[in-house]
Design a protein around this ligand. Structure first.
Ligand code: KIV
Length: 274
């Protein structure tokens, strides 16, 4: 008799079901080792188009391509067992028509074996979301600050302040009605994110929004403090790896220059003279 020890991966309906029961833990990942490290502690892992900025030094997410997403998606897939894998649709891969969106979402699902895709936009994307969901592609929506529209917004500004809150609420309702299984709410006032969370039946996943969203997501490199110059203000940092890497690189350089590295132990090892 064989015992099936395979861990069951979470599905989009599992994530939707978590609303009102337990907070949903989400993180981005771009590589196999990081995916392996966070697997046990996350419910949903997003290969975000933030990959362009954090891994490739791009100034924004607009230059990210389908090929980049597929490469990183495959890498993350290899490291995940339990969390739902969601792939971001890059700028220019879904806005032109619902048919274009289906073609590219299907490629992402086929190539990376993800369980869902994410795309940015509220009311304007409702028809596309409905089209994808009706054809077997689960969609996570993304409203509020949608970074692919940085040039329209004139920067990474908080969305939904004052009278603009109605637009965000309408976006939230329309992506739910279109069939999204959850929605990322990025950089909006706390009371608005709470209102949206209360209004919707699908889970909200906040980033710079409210602690009362149904879940939270962070860009993994922001969580780790893995950067040298850009320091996102609205996310909590759990470590300062960027500074540590720089310190260790300096320590290593000092050792090499003063001929302290490799140590004598290493030299004996290499020469087989233990
Ligand atoms: O690209 C990304 O990493 C994202 C998250 C910030 C939600 O969209």
């Amino acid at each position: 008799m064989s015992v099936n020890t395979k861990i069951k991966a979470l599905t989009p309906p599992d994530i939707t079901e978590m609303k009102g029961k337990e907070p949903i833990v989400c993180l981005t990942a771009y590589t196999t080792p990081i995916a392996r490290m966070i697997d046990e502690h996350t419910d949903l892992v997003l290969v975000g188009d933030s990959v362009g900025m954090v891994m490739h030094g791009m100034p924004n997410t607009l230059g990210v391509t389908m090929d980049m997403m597929i490469l990183h998606g495959k890498a993350v897939r290899r490291g995940l067992k339990r969390p739902l894998l969601v792939m971001d649709m890059p700028f220019g891969s879904y806005e032109k028509s619902k048919e274009q969106a289906f073609e590219n979402a299907a490629i992402l699902m086929r190539e990376t074996e993800c369980g869902a895709v994410k795309l940015e936009g509220g009311q304007v994307m409702a028809e596309t979301i409905r089209y994808l969901v009706d054809r077997g592609i689960p969609v996570m929506a993304h409203i509020g600050l949608t970074p692919q529209s940085v040039n329209v917004f004139g920067g990474y500004k908080t969305q939904g302040k004052g009278d603009d809150s109605k637009r965000i609420m309408d976006d939230a309702i329309s992506v739910q009605e279109a069939g999204a299984f959850s929605v990322v709410c990025e950089k909006m006032p706390d009371p608005l994110a709470r209102k949206v969370t209360k209004k919707l039946d699908i889970p909200t996943v906040g980033i710079g929004a409210s602690v009362y969203c149904d879940g939270q997501i962070l860009v993994i490199d922001d969580m780790l403090g893995m950067f040298t110059d850009f320091k996102p203000k609205f996310v909590k940092r759990f470590a300062n790896l960027g500074e540590q890497v720089q310190e260790m690189a300096k320590e290593y350089a000092d050792e090499v220059k003063s001929r302290k590295f490799p140590t004598p132990d290493h030299v004996y090892d290499y020469a087989g003279e233990e």
